[in-house]
Ligand binder design. Structure first.
Ligand SMILES: NC(=O)c1ccc[n+]([C@@H]2O[C@H](COP(=O)([O-])OP(=O)(O)OC[C@H]3O[C@@H](n4cnc5c(N)ncnc54)[C@H](OP(=O)(O)O)[C@@H]3O)[C@@H](O)[C@H]2O)c1
Length: 250
C-alpha cells in the first residue's frame, strides 16, 4: 500500500488538505491509485482524535501519528513506522510549521533554533529520509507549504520569513535531484489564511497586507487544499512556488 503523508494535518490548512484527499480516495480517483492517508500532528491530541473520528465516519482508513519536526528522534521514529507499514510514498505534503510573530532581534537563540528545526531543517530531514520511498512510488509528489512571507519577505518577521524562504530554495534543489525518478516537487506560498495560526496574530500584522491585496480578504484553508491537490498529479509543473495570496500587490 502507498502512503499519502500530510504533516500537521489535524487542523487548519493541513486539515483541509486531508479532507480533500480523503474525498478523492473515497471516489477512487485513478490519479492517486491505492493509497492510505498518514497524518501527523505535534502534540494537540484533541484535534488528532477529532480528525480520526471524522475520517472513520466517512469510511476512510488513516494513520494519525504524533511527530515533532523539532526532534530528530521523533522524525526517525515516524519514518521507521512508514517504512514498516507502507511500500512507497505517493505524496508527501510538508505542511506542518510554526510561526513567530516578531523581529530577529526579539527572538532568543533557542527560539530561533526551534523555529528553524520546526519549519526548515526538520522538514528537510523528513523529506530526505522518505526520498527512497518516494522514488519507489513512480510517480510521486512532494509539496512544501511555504509562505508569501518567504517569497516577498515580511516587515518585522525575519525569523519566520527566512525559514520559509529556505524551503523555497530547497524545493528547487530537490526537484532537480529527483526528476528522473518521476518525483514532482513544488511549493505553495499562502498569503494570510484563516486558521488558528492567524487568529493568534495582532491584526496590525495582516490588515495592511489584506488591504493592499487585489482580493482584499483573507483566504480559506480550502483555497490552499485546492492548489495542493492539483500538484499531486504528474504534469508540467515542477520546481516552482505557486503563490496563493489573493493577489499580493506590495
Ligand atoms: N495560516 C496562514 O496564514 C499561513 C500563511 C502562510 C503559510 N502558512 C503555513 O501553512 C502551514 C499550516 O499553517 P496553519 O495556519 O494551518 O497552522 P496551524 O493551524 O497552527 O496548524 C499547524 C499544524 O502543524 C503542526 N505543527 C506545528 N509545529 C510542529 C512541529 N514542530 N512538528 C510537527 N508538527 C507541528 C500542528 O500540530 P499540533 O496541532 O499538535 O500543534 C498543526 O497540526 C504552516 O507551515 C504555516 O507556516 C500558514
Amino acid at each position: 500500500m502507498n502512503a499519502i503523508i500530510v504533516t500537521g494535518g489535524t487542523r487548519g490548512i493541513g486539515r483541509a488538505i486531508v479532507d480533500s484527499i480523503a474525498d478523492r480516495l473515497l471516489a477512487k480517483e485513478p490519479d492517486l491509485g491505492e493509497a492510505q492517508l498518514v497524518v501527523t500532528y505535534r502534540s494537540e491530541t484533541a484535534h488528532a482524535q477529532s480528525l480520526g473520528t471524522a475520517l472513520r465516519a466517512k469510511g476512510v482508513v488513516a494513520d494519525v501519528l504524533a511527530m515533532d519536526l523539532a526532534s530528530a528522534e521523533s522524525i526517525d521514529a515516524f519514518v521507521g513506522h512508514v517504512r514498516e507499514n507502507y511500500g512507497a510514498v505517493r505524496a508527501l505534503i510538508n505542511n506542518a510549521g510554526a510561526t513567530y510573530d516578531g523581529s530577529f532581534l526579539s527572538i532568543s537563540d533557542e527560539g530561533m533554533d526551534k523555529l528553524i528545526e520546526s519549519n526548515l531543517s526538520g522538514t528537510i530531514r523528513l523529506t530526505e529520509r522518505l526520498l527512497p520511498l518516494l522514488k519507489v512510488a513512480n510517480p510521486a509528489a512532494v509539496v512544501f507549504i511555504a509562505s508569501a512571507a518567504g517569497v516577498y519577505g515580511k516587515a518585522g518577521q525575519v525569523p519566520y520569513a527566512t525559514t520559509k524562504g529556505g524551503l523555497i530554495g530547497y524545493t528547487q534543489l530537490l526537484a532537480r535531484r529527483c526528476v528522473r525518478q518521476n518525483v514532482f516537487v513544488n511549493a505553495v506560498a499562502p498569503g494570510f489564511i484563516a486558521t488558528d495560526m492567524v487568529a493568534k496574530l495582532d491584526p496590525i500584522m495582516y490588515e495592511p497586507t489584506l488591504h493592499n491585496a487585489s482580493l482584499q480578504k483573507m483566504g480559506a484553508p480550502e483555497d490552499i487544499a485546492h492548489v495542493v491537490n492539483g500538484l499531486l498529479k504528474p504534469g508540467y509543473v515542477q520546481a516552482t512556488t505557486i503563490k496563493v495570496d489573493g493577489g499580493h500587490l506590495r
